[in-house]
Structures are given as structure tokens and as C-alpha cells.
Ligand binder design. Structure first.
Ligand SMILES: [Zn+2]
Length: 366
């Protein structure tokens, strides 16, 4: 790396301008859509709501559409949770809380990416659809304490998640946190140096808390380096040290996923998911091997049963404006590209006739 490039990257992060964008324009400018997104009535959105109809053991709403385990799984992307919205990277707390409500009412339940890849979603109750939440950049607004670790900030994403779980116990502790251990402006395991009231000593406590409660820890490099700009050795150092930092909070933790800063690939693409780095000071070699690589944008393309599915190219959607509502309405339309809905039987893969007759690979194309 060059000191100049590093300084530029850190400065951009400090200004809140970097986040994870690859320059794509958000589907809808969040500033232009003040109204909260309500799920469209079933007749308008292509069906799918069956409010109050609980699946056995689920205790909450389920999808009205038939089971479809060839369907796609939405992967949502959040950055900063705050009222002031500058662009697509901020989500007001009230809108985030509404996102949870909307997903729940439509029959979605959160899962980790690792559970998608290892087949655990096959055990979801009948009528339930999986959704993967991802949180990038380890901002304090994702997970903040008020005064001490005994008190989670109710306006942080985790605070709202916990409050939601009290009302809906079948909403699990499942989401993927793609973290930076050492970026500026508090983007260091959810805050340090008093930024946003967060103490440096709380960083590893938070990371361990997430793992202990079932959330997935994901590598987003050491300080949000643009991996396309650096040589192979540097790319591997960024990812290996990101993994090392997670390991220092949760010794032995197996990191299954990474997110590309700015959605930019390294020149040598496979280094995004596999590589190693030797610490010149200690001689210790750190290897990493991630099952999933998160990109920044694209249409939903996740389901291991889909022909052509590539876990190293997982598309996500930035949650700004009414992007969630638009995505969910699209996934409620029957046919290829519709959403995954469990049949409640871990041993079978439910394929509705409309999906089986169409070319399933089409559902995976952006
Ligand atoms: Zn990022």
C-alpha cells in the first residue's frame, strides 16, 4: 500500500462518503421518499400475505404462496442507522424497525449466510421464507451501548432487533456483520475512542456478544481497502488481519464470509475468498478460506439449489428508500425469480410446477 492511498481511503471513510458503494445509483433516493414503506396489499403485490396465519412452531405470519425451495433468497445490505439521510447508506431507525415488521408480516425470518450454504434453511417451518441481513462497516449505530455493556442503545440496529424479538420470539438472532476492526471515524468494531459514546474497550465485547447470540461474523478487510488497487500480498494481509481481529474477540471462530469493500474485486479474484499472509514480525502464517463473497448490488441470486449459483458472487441490495418493498413485491410474483418458501420438510426440495417448467437458471441472472 502507499501511505497516500491509505490516507485517502481513511479520509473518505471519515467523511462518511466511502461506505460500500460501487457507484451504483440507489433504486430510489432515500431523501425523496419520506413515507415509510408499507407492504402492498396482497392483491396489488402479487399475493403472499396471510396475516395471522401461523405455521406450526413458527408462531407468526407465513407466506400465502405455495412452497418453493427453488426460489431466491433476498440478501439485504445496511450501513448506518441514523435519522439524518445523506444518500443510500443511511437508514433511519424508524425505517429499519419498519423493515423488520414488513419482512415478518410477509413470512420472512432471518438466517445467516452460513445456514443458507450448509442447508440449514431446509429445516425452516412450512411457509417461511429466509432473508439474509448484512451490516457493513461496523458503524456504532449498528451496535451501541449507553454507558456500559449492560445497556444496549435502543436506537441502534441491535437494540431494535432485541426489542422486535421480545414481541416476536420466532424472529431469530441471525444476521451477518461484515466488520472493520481498524477503520477511522468509529468504524472499528462498532466504535472506539469515545466516538458516538463508544469506548475502545467495548469493541471485542460486542463482537463476542454477536457470535454468542448466533449472529454471523464476516470479514470486510482491516480498514476498508479497495482491493482492486493493491498487489496480491496486500490483499491477503487485509483479509488475514481482518480474520485475526475477529479471532482475537472469538478465539477459533470460523469466518465463513467476506464482503468486498466498495464491491471492488482484487486483480486476482480468488484471493477474495482464499489466501494466506505471513506476519513479518512473528513469522506466523494466517490462512483464510471464505465460503461466501458478498458483492454490493445486483438482483437476488441466492439459492444453492439454483443451477449456476456461485457463492463467491452473492448479490445484495442496499436498503434505501423503498428498495425493500420493491424487492419483496417482485419476489412475490410467481415463476422463476420468486422467493424461497419452505415446505417444512428438511428431506425434500419443493419445486412448484410453474418453477419446474421454467428454466431455473434464469432466476439466478441479474
Ligand atoms: Zn463497506
Amino acid at each position: 500500500m502507499t501511505p497516500g492511498a491509505r490516507r485517502l481511503a481513511l479520509t473518505a471513510l471519515a467523511l462518511g462518503a466511502l461506505a460500500c458503494s460501487n457507484g451504483r445509483t440507489a433504486p430510489v433516493d432515500a431523501r425523496a421518499s419520506g413515507a415509510s414503506a408499507q407492504p402492498a396489499p396482497a392483491a396489488e403485490s402479487g399475493a403472499a400475505l396471510e396475516g395471522g396465519s401461523a405455521a406450526p412452531g413458527a408462531g407468526g405470519p407465513t407466506a400465502a404462496l405455495p412452497p418453493n425451495e427453488m426460489g431466491v433468497i433476498p440478501v439485504l445490505e445496511y450501513h448506518i442507522i441514523q435519522d439524518k439521510v445523506f444518500d443510500e447508506f443511511e437508514r433511519p431507525p424508524a425505517r429499519f424497525a419498519q423493515d423488520l415488521e414488513d419482512l415478518y408480516r410477509r413470512g420472512y425470518r432471518p438466517v445467516n449466510m452460513s445456514e443458507v450454504l450448509d442447508g440449514k434453511i431446509q429445516s425452516l417451518p412450512k411457509g417461511v421464507s429466509p432473508v439474509v441481513f448484512t451490516f457493513d462497516d461496523a458503524a456504532p449505530s449498528q451496535f451501541a451501548y449507553v454507558g456500559s455493556p449492560a445497556s444496549v442503545d435502543p436506537k441502534s440496529a441491535i437494540g431494535m432487533w432485541l426489542e422486535f424479538q421480545k414481541r416476536h420470539p420466532d424472529w431469530g438472532s441471525r444476521a451477518v456483520f461484515c466488520m472493520l476492526p481498524a477503520a477511522s471515524a468509529g468504524h472499528a468494531f462498532f466504535g472506539d475512542k469515545g466516538i458516538a459514546g463508544q469506548q475502545t474497550a467495548w469493541r471485542l465485547i460486542k463482537v463476542k456478544w454477536l457470535a454468542d447470540h448466533g449472529f454471523e461474523l464476516c470479514d470486510h478487510t482491516l480498514w476498508h481497502a479497495r482491493l482492486d488497487k493493491y498487489p496480491d500480498t496486500f490483499v491477503q494481509e487485509q483479509l488475514a488481519r481482518g480474520q485475526m481481529a475477529i479471532d482475537s474477540a472469538v478465539p477459533g471462530y470460523k469466518v465463513h464470509s467476506m464482503a468486498l469493500p466498495l464491491g471492488m474485486w482484487p486483480k486476482n479474484k480468488p484471493l477474495a475468498w482464499q489466501g494466506s499472509w505471513t506476519n513479518p514480525k512473528t513469522g506466523q502464517t494466517i490462512s483464510y478460506h471464505f465460503d461466501a463473497v458478498f458483492e454490493v448490488s445486483g438482483n437476488p441470486n441466492v439459492n444453492p439449489h439454483l443451477p449456476g449459483f456461485d457463492p463467491h458472487r452473492v448479490h445484495r441490495q442496499i436498503m434505501s428508500g423503498n428498495a425493500l418493498e420493491a424487492t419483496l413485491n417482485r419476489l412475490d410474483k410467481p415463476g422463476p425469480g420468486s422467493r424461497y418458501i419452505s415446505d417444512g420438510d428438511p428431506k425434500t426440495v419443493a419445486k412448484p410446477a410453474a418453477v419446474a417448467q421454467a428454466a431455473p437458471a434464469g432466476a439466478a441472472k441479474p
